[in-house]
Design a protein around this ligand. Sequence first.
Ligand SMILES: O=C[C@H](O)COP(=O)(O)O
Length: 269
Amino acid sequence: MARATPSGARSGRKPLMAGNWKMNNNHLEAIALVQKMAFALKDADYDAVDVAVIPPFTALRSVQTLIEADKYGIQYGAQDVSQYGSGAYTGEISAAMLAKLGCTYAVVGHSERRQYHAEDDAVVNAKARAALAADLTPILCVGEGLEVRKAGGHVPHVLAQVDGGLEKITAEQVRRTVIAYEPVWAIGTGETATPQDAQEVCGAIRTRLAELYDGGVADEARILYGGSVKGGNVAGIMAQADVDGALVGGASLDPGEFVKICRYRDLPG
Ligand SMILES: O=C[C@H](O)COP(=O)(O)O
């Protein structure tokens, strides 16, 4: 089966709900979770929203087999990708390997990679370019820590990460890149940015894309919010003009909660 290609809509942009499982679920648990999700989403309109799971590397082959065999409309991707093409890089997984597994997405620059693996903007940019070269869609994560937020420096901080992450990436490539704004202070803390907080930064990212490329590119690129998204807060976040979806951590491990997020249109705002 051909890999699913993310497409645009929402003034052209199609929303994306991506569940980043982080280091949770072995391959058997992954199969069970995807089956539950797919069952609950069996009448979902995948032309209206892209739904993706981002399991650990060890579950990707099982998820691929299941999704292809049962023709589920769910996409999938990897939580990280090597900046290198091949060779003596023990423990690394190349973009070509992920493409061969049918992945649509590769997350790059997640704050947990930046924090625990010292990944800077140059590494994140190299990973994004490696993903694009293999025809994967990078989900480029950016976001400020609590100190930066308290000091009011969140917008310039995030825009600097956007500039660094998109270095040498062409307009054509940016059109198929997803940017995820994830304030670090809202990740896994239960503390969510307000919809207005999310809009402020996502709007600033879109304006930056127009400055770096042009208005057409800025209109097409999808920008997600991530940080304690749940069924109870997703509708307000999705009501914002520049938020095109969510990168969901904890709530994506609960099929009921994740399905609510994917069906945000049915929830009260
Ligand atoms: O990749 C997902 C984000 O880190 C958000 O995680 P969270 O929903 O558990 O806060």
